[in-house]
Every structure is written in C-alpha cells, then in structure tokens.
Design a protein around this ligand. Structure first.
Ligand SMILES: [Zn+2]
Length: 203
C-alpha cells in the first residue's frame, strides 16, 4: 500500500474508533474496542506511513492492521456519526477519497460534538498518549482535537477539499443529514449547522 493510501485508510480507521467511542449507542463493550483501537492507531500510523514511504519493513504496518481491525469490531456494532455522514457526501459529490474526507472532518466533528461528549473526548486524549495530568476535562478534550490535527498533519492529510463551493452547500447538507451515519451522532445538527461545518474545509 503506498504512503498516501496508508495515511488515508489509517485516518479512516482512527475516525471509526473516535466516532465509535462517541456515538449515541456506545457502551462498555464497544468502548473497550474503540479505546484500544485509538491507542494502537495513534502508536502505529506514523511508523506505518514512514515504512510505506521508505519501503523498509517495520512494526507500524502490523500495528495498523490490528488497530483498524479492532476499530471495526467496535463500530460495526454501534454505528458512527456526523463525520462519516459528511465524508460520504463529499466522496459522492467530489470523488474525495473516503479516508481523506474523514480525516479532514474529524477535528471539526469532534469540536462540534465536544459540548455533549467532553468526558469521552478527554479519554480519547489519554488513548492517544497525551499526558492529561493537571488538565481540566475541557482542556483534555481540546488536547484530543489537537492530537488528531497533529497526526493528520504528520501524515500529510490536506486541510481543505478541492471543488467545494458555497452554491453546493444546500445539497451537501441535505445529503449528509439523510446519510445512514448521521443518526448515530451524539449531538443533533440542523441544515444551517451542517453547511457551517462544511464551510470549515472550503479552500
Ligand atoms: Zn470510514
């Protein structure tokens, strides 16, 4: 698998784990899978990406193979959320690779959901290896969002979606709200809110 695909599919797996950890249906059993998956992916994606670039073998790829599988064991039981609802829509309209769409939207979805899943996002920071000692829950949740942004940057995920224009936003918002993943989101969003979230990745 080339480096770009390693980055995109790896960030997709992280999105499965984080959305699965904060989805409406999350419970003890799915939490167990998702927390572990976030740990594995955070520990291995950079190495896996470096191995893909250099062609040198290492433990990163095996770690990602395990991490994406554990994430799948979790989210396939409880669903996802607005990140995947919006990412499916972007891919349908602009052919954006699924993992790239998920990764660009992940910090935006986390920020939007933060008021209703602050404690869970603080745990995401812990799973990602952030030292949250001395942080408030709110600060730890922000640290999780920062850690996701840093990981995306380290594997060269773009921050904006080419082709996304203001006149498409009504259709995009309608499609995202009709997506099968939207009902799993822990915080409801209206049409205007989804348009605003899409605007954040406009070039
Ligand atoms: Zn996905």
């Amino acid at each position: 698998m080339p480096a770009g695909l390693t980055a995109a599919t790896g960030m997709d797996a992280l999105t499965h784990a984080i959305e699965g950890y904060t989805t409406r249906g999350a419970w003890e059993l799915s939490d167990m899978f998702h927390f572990k998956a976030i740990q594995l992916i955070s520990q291995n994606l950079r190495d896996s990406y470096a191995e893909a670039k250099s062609g040198q073998p290492g433990s990163g790829r095996e770690g990602m193979a395990l991490g994406q599988y554990v994430a799948g064991m979790g989210f396939s039981n409880v669903g996802l959320g607005i990140d995947h609802a919006m990412a499916h829509t972007l891919s349908a309209h602009y052919d954006t690779p699924h993992g790239v769409a998920c990764a660009m939207l992940l910090p935006i979805a986390m920020e939007y959901n933060k008021p209703v899943v602050t404690e869970r996002l603080a745990q995401v920071a812990v799973a990602m290896g952030v030292d949250t000692t001395g942080m408030t829950t709110d600060e730890a949740a922000d640290a999780a969002i920062a850690a996701v942004k840093q990981l995306s940057a380290d594997v060269n995920i773009p921050k904006t979606c080419d082709g996304l224009v203001e006149e498409d936003l009504d259709q995009l918002a309608s499609d995202a709200l009709a997506d099968a993943c939207y009902p799993g989101n822990p915080r409801e969003a209206d049409h205007e809110t989804v348009k605003e979230l899409f605007r954040k990745i406009m070039a």
